[in-house]
Design a protein around this ligand. Structure first.
Ligand SMILES: [Zn+2]
Length: 257
């Protein structure tokens, strides 16, 4: 859940700084981090992403905004935090999710985002952060990135046709799209063609078959990166389909009567 606060946009994005939460099993939650942040005077968690013990990516701040995780580096680096500590090592699943997240962000920015450990850039700290071997993590990412099926870097959104920009922005910021939703909400009548173009350019978009009202099959497209915000649009699309089917049925029944 993204907080409603507006943070200043970050002017540059050079890489990613990895942290841990210095926590034990009882505290390793996003809520705990939030309380910690507030006690330090932060409006919200200072990291952009948190890798939870549930092995999911939690987005705690818009990644295009300034973070508050590493003084002197916040204007150039994205901050990610593993919920882990010195005596509470991150799980393999958490580390895997971190690698997927890095890959997602590199695609979005269209360039490499080198990984740095917090204490690698702030050497005056007396505690090692994060509690993982950064050399090993970078090596692991190198191997992971090679095995990614699609390493094509998509062009920046500004280079797309206006219609494709609308579709892309919707998928990334609002949620999944169906043909019906595209037509009614954003006025795009040729969604599958738009999607095919975006996929060919290297944007990670997932196609799924869904079923709303019994027997009413449809296709939905969603952003295939690691981070998809909310599903309000998806619920809206489902409801629209249900309503449409109901109206059709009522119309038919009306004719019969
Ligand atoms: Zn740190």
């Amino acid at each position: 859940m993204i907080p409603v606060f507006e943070f200043r946009p970050r002017p540059h994005t050079d890489g990613i700084i990895v942290h841990d939460s210095h926590s034990g099993p009882a505290e390793s939650t996003v809520d705990w981090l939030r309380v910690q942040g507030r006690s330090q005077g932060l409006l919200e968690v200072g990291y952009h992403f948190v890798l939870g013990r549930d092995e999911e990516v939690h987005r705690t701040r818009d990644h295009r905004a300034m973070g508050a995780h590493c003084p002197g580096w916040n204007h150039r680096y994205i901050g990610v935090c593993l919920l882990a500590g010195e005596h509470h090592a991150p799980t393999e699943g958490q580390l895997d999710k971190l690698l997927s997240l890095v890959s997602y962000l590199e695609r979005e920015y269209g360039h490499a985002l080198p990984l740095k450990g917090h204490s690698e850039v702030q050497t005056i700290r007396n505690r090692r952060c994060p509690c993982v071997d950064m050399e090993q993590l970078r090596q692991r990412y190198k191997e992971f990135a090679v095995n990614q099926p699609d390493v094509k870097t998509p062009p920046p959104a500004e280079a797309l046709s206006p219609q494709n920009q609308i579709v892309l922005a919707y998928l990334q910021r609002r949620g999944p799209l169906t043909n019906l939703l595209a037509l009614t909400v954003i006025g795009i009548g040729s969604l599958s063609k738009r999607i095919a173009e975006l996929v060919a350019l290297g944007y990670p978009i997932v196609k799924e078959q869904g079923e709303g009202f019994p027997g009413n099959r449809y296709v939905r497209y969603s952003w295939g990166g690691e981070v998809v915000e909310g599903s309000a649009a998806w619920e809206q699309a489902k409801q629209a389909l249900v309503d449409q089917s109901k109206r059709k049925r009522e119309a038919i029944l009306g004719e019969v009567a």
